[in-house]
Ligand binder design. Structure first.
Ligand SMILES: C[S@@+](CC[C@H](N)C(=O)[O-])C[C@H]1O[C@@H](n2cnc3c(N)ncnc32)[C@H](O)[C@@H]1O
Length: 159
């Protein structure tokens, strides 16, 4: 199946979707927004495959066991040869560094999980790493987003 040409975006939060719609309108970006669970994208024909999937800040909010369904989602939704980009909390800078078992014992995610380059490489080891680095720090007046407490990563799926 060839990749979808349409740009789609999903978030659970109506406020996040409303804000994103406003920003997309302001720059004339044609994006189909969907409020819902990213793990349930078969609805409304949003299942892909996509040439590019970008997760901006969702992965680090998921409990550890959801990494399995997250990988299954990528496998389903990413086109052969497609790219997966990720922005997530950088260990040592932001997020909980508790072991997975402690998160379950405490039944809390502590605002999000920190990831090390090693843990990201291990989790996404079925993909080829193109780049994995700390995000550039962008000043408030910059038109670009950039926070140094985040990793920014790009992986490629086998063709
Ligand atoms: C740190 S915010 C990032 C928001 C936005 N993507 C950005 O970069 O500014 C994390 C977002 O992940 C969304 N989220 C968490 N779990 C989700 C899920 N299962 N499906 C869709 N969105 C989810 C939350 O609603 C929240 O808006």
């Amino acid at each position: 199946m060839s990749p979808r040409r349409r740009n789609c975006a999903v978030d659970l939060s109506p406020a996040a979707i409303a804000w994103a719609e406003e920003r997309a309108r302001a720059v004339g970006a044609g994006i189909r927004f969907h409020r819902g669970d990213a793990f349930d994208l078969t609805t409304d024909g949003l299942g892909g495959p996509y040439a590019l999937i970008y997760d901006s800040g969702c992965f680090h909010h998921l409990p550890p066991h959801r990494r399995i369904s997250y990988l299954a989602l990528l496998e389903r939704a990413l086109a052969p040869g497609g790219h997966f980009a990720l922005t997530c909390f950088a260990s040592g800078r932001m997020g909980s560094e508790l072991p997975d078992a402690a998160l379950y014992r405490q039944a809390r995610l502590h605002g999000g999980l920190a990831y090390s380059p090693g843990s990201l490489r291990w989790i996404f080891s079925d993909l080829t790493e193109v780049e994995l680095r700390r995000m550039h720090d962008e000043p408030p007046e910059s038109p670009h987003f950039g926070e140094p407490f985040l990793w920014t990563a790009l992986f490629r799926c086998a063709a």
